[in-house]
Ligand binder design. Structure first.
Ligand code: NAD
Length: 363
């Protein structure tokens, strides 16, 4: 498919190719939809096999950001940036300064920060060239560790799901299977333990299990392969994407799935439907893991931790709304979340038709 065909198919507004020979920068910025506000999305660095793969990734990820911003009620649109290269060997500070110049040229249509393969310190360099950067370290004006609000949002999602399943947010005595004890998973699991839940946990890195055990010694450790087939109340995927697929869904013995991992459904429509048919309640990942996004977006308004907390808290009500919509329309929760976003963006677009006092007249 040609580039314009892909942009038309997925609804992208703008794609920018950036090249700077002296620093080796080869980057694509995709702006999907700016109905709700300037595009916002992280910058991923990967040794892509070819340009097609790189373009596909940035188009897919930027579209995902539109949905994530809209469902979290953040006044930003969807965008993303990708850099072609190996983060371990090809990265330099000057490369990120060059990227900063390109981002600056967009005049505030796009804000970026870290993603897979890039770190807050890389964006300290980019920020020397442009103000349109988020997620830098605290000492450079950033808002700090995003895994804290992300974990908080996942917990709100778990509570909303408990309310839907059992009519109560109490998690005491409920059984949770947690995949991944990294930055988010360990925080979620610790909070569940504090609320009297029974935990089964797994990770592929023994040091992460040991660290968790120091804090929650009575959690049961299971092998990474067995986590999907455990009889439990909720499965909490906090490791990798595409974990809900043809192989794992038939094995599941949980009542609901609520986790931080991005893109948990290998195929949104097909696997969302399989979960619905099996009667397993699925909390759309891009809603329940939006706490980190809420925090970086908040930097654009002068970071305010209380506001971040209250916006992340709202994940509880939004998720219940998604569950109700899915039930009323008899559709998978993943599709209900998408429909909620699309309907909301249409309403916002209509509001923006109203000419405000600050609107510059072109006549
Ligand atoms: P992390 O790298 O700190 O933790 C991931 C953990 O999963 C690691 O401990 C890793 O060893 C473990 N893991 C990897 N493969 C595994 C497997 N097959 N089985 C069991 N464990 C495995 O990452 P994180 O920041 O905690 O993020 C977790 C997930 O949430 C990721 O998918 C990430 O994209 C997503 N997410 C994170 C944030 C955030 O603010 N950190 C925000 C939104 C989404």
């Amino acid at each position: 498919m040609g580039i314009f065909e892909q942009m038309e198919k997925y609804g992208h507004e703008q794609v920018i190719f950036c090249q700077h020979k002296a620093t080796g920068l080869k980057s694509i910025i995709a702006i999907h939809d700016t109905t709700a506000g300037p595009a916002l999305g992280g910058c991923r660095m990967r040794p892509y096999d070819n340009e097609e793969e790189m373009l596909f990734d940035v188009l897919r990820l930027s579209r995902g950001m539109t949905y994530k911003c809209a469902i979290a009620d953040v006044d930003n649109g969807g965008g993303k940036c990708v850099i072609w290269g190996d983060p371990a060997s090809d990265k330099t500070g000057e490369m990120f300064r060059a990227l900063g110049r390109f981002v600056d040229g967009l005049g505030g249509r796009f804000y970026t920060g870290t993603d897979v393969g890039t770190y807050p310190t890389d964006f300290v360099q980019a920020k020397r060239e442009t103000p349109y950067i988020v997620g830098v370290p605290l000492e450079y004006g950033g808002s700090g560790d995003s895994s804290i609000p992300t974990a908080f949002g996942v917990l709100e999602g778990i509570r909303a799901t408990a309310m839907k399943l059992w009519g109560s947010t109490s998690l005491k005595g409920k059984i949770f299977a947690v995949q991944g004890l990294g930055k988010v998973g360990a925080k979620v699991a610790k909070s569940l333990a504090d609320e009297g839940a029974i935990l089964m946990v797994t990770d592929v890195v023994q040091a992460n299990i040991d660290r968790f055990f120091d804090v929650v010694p009575d959690a049961a450790v299971v092998s990474p392969d067995s986590i999907f087939s455990l009889a439990c109340d909720m499965l909490i995927p906090c490791a990798l994407g595409a974990v809900l697929n043809d192989r794992t869904i038939p094995e599941l013995r949980c009542k609901a799935i609520v986790g931080s991992a991005n893109n948990q459904l290998l195929d949104e429509e097909k696997h969302g439907t399989m979960l619905k048919d099996r009667g397993i309640l699925y909390a759309p990942d891009y809603l329940v893991n939006a706490g980190g996004l809420i925090q970086v977006a908040d930097e654009l308004h002068g970071a305010n931790p209380e506001r971040v907390l209250s916006k992340t808290n709202a994940i509880y009500d939004i998720l219940l709304q998604v569950y109700e919509l899915a039930e009323a329309r008899n559709i998978p929760t993943s599709i209900a979340a998408n429909q909620l976003v699309e309907e909301r963006l249409n309403r916002i677009a209509d509001i923006k038709r109203i000419r405000g006092s600050a609107t510059r007249s072109v006549t």
